[in-house]
Design a protein around this ligand. Structure first.
Ligand code: 5RP
Length: 223
């Protein structure tokens, strides 16, 4: 029986095999945040020198990449990337995701938007029939915390402030529990329109292109 850690490693390895042909002297790789992304970063180290560098979606991932001697580029210096690789907190069969368990959702969405494709890596426990059991993270400007909380309650959710946590952008995170998400793209749009919301953790308007989900029987590819 493979442990969850083994499964995460398998997903990360599958992503490395997938992106290997994309590694050229000019290629910049978009890199996500979290324990599965960490394994991907560690594996990427063996290709150091075979690609230009990486754009990180968090200070944490930037530090890990730099620790391996991989050049970390500012997104403003990069016009395009062949691929962005990241984990997810939940993913459904349409490849809509909830992300932001690690609090890096804003930079994740921005970096992913510049990449040609999003490859999601996860163990099979992240695959769900319907999104919402994992509390939906929303990054908010501190001044808007209560206003956004009221909107979340009106949508049927219970907002909980992530205590003691400040994002890389200096903002706060509300985790919205108990949402029934029937139309993820619509909810993502609605939340994007609430003043004070920096980013919500639904990645449905631009879902993953490919998911590599590690199971006890091997890596399952969706998309
Ligand atoms: C961070 C994220 C992560 O991708 C998500 O939390 C999954 O993390 P892990 O690979 O540790 O399960 O969205 O903001």
């Amino acid at each position: 029986m493979l442990s969850q850690q083994d499964l995460k490693q398998q997903a990360a390895d599958a992503a490395l095999a997938l992106i290997e042909p994309m590694l050229t002297a000019q290629a910049v790789i978009g890199v996500g945040t979290g324990s599965t992304a960490d394994l991907f970063i560690d594996g990427l180290a063996k290709y150091r020198g075979k690609f230009r560098g990486a754009v990180a979606s968090s200070e944490r991932s930037a530090k890990r990449l730099a620790g391996h001697g991989i050049a970390v580029l500012d997104l403003n210096e990069v016009e395009t990337m062949p691929v962005y690789v990241d984990g997810a907190d939940e993913i459904n069969s349409q490849l809509h995701m909830i992300k932001g368990g690690g609090g890096a959702l804003t930079r994740e969405k921005i970096v992913a938007s510049v990449a040609k494709q999003f490859v999601c890596i996860a163990d099979e426990s992240k695959l769900v029939d319907s999104l919402g059991r994992f509390p939906l993270p929303i990054e908010v400007l501190p001044i808007a915390r209560e206003a956004v909380s009221r909107v979340a309650r009106a949508l049927g959710g219970q907002p909980v402030l992530r205590e003691g946590f400040i994002t890389d952008n200096g903002n706060q995170i509300l985790d919205i529990h108990g949402l029934t998400i029937t139309d993820a793209p619509e909810l993502e749009k609605k939340l994007n329109n609430v003043p004070g919301v920096v980013t919500n953790g639904l990645f449905a308007l631009s879902p993953a292109d490919t998911a590599l989900l590690a199971t006890q029987q091997g890596v399952r590819r969706l998309g």
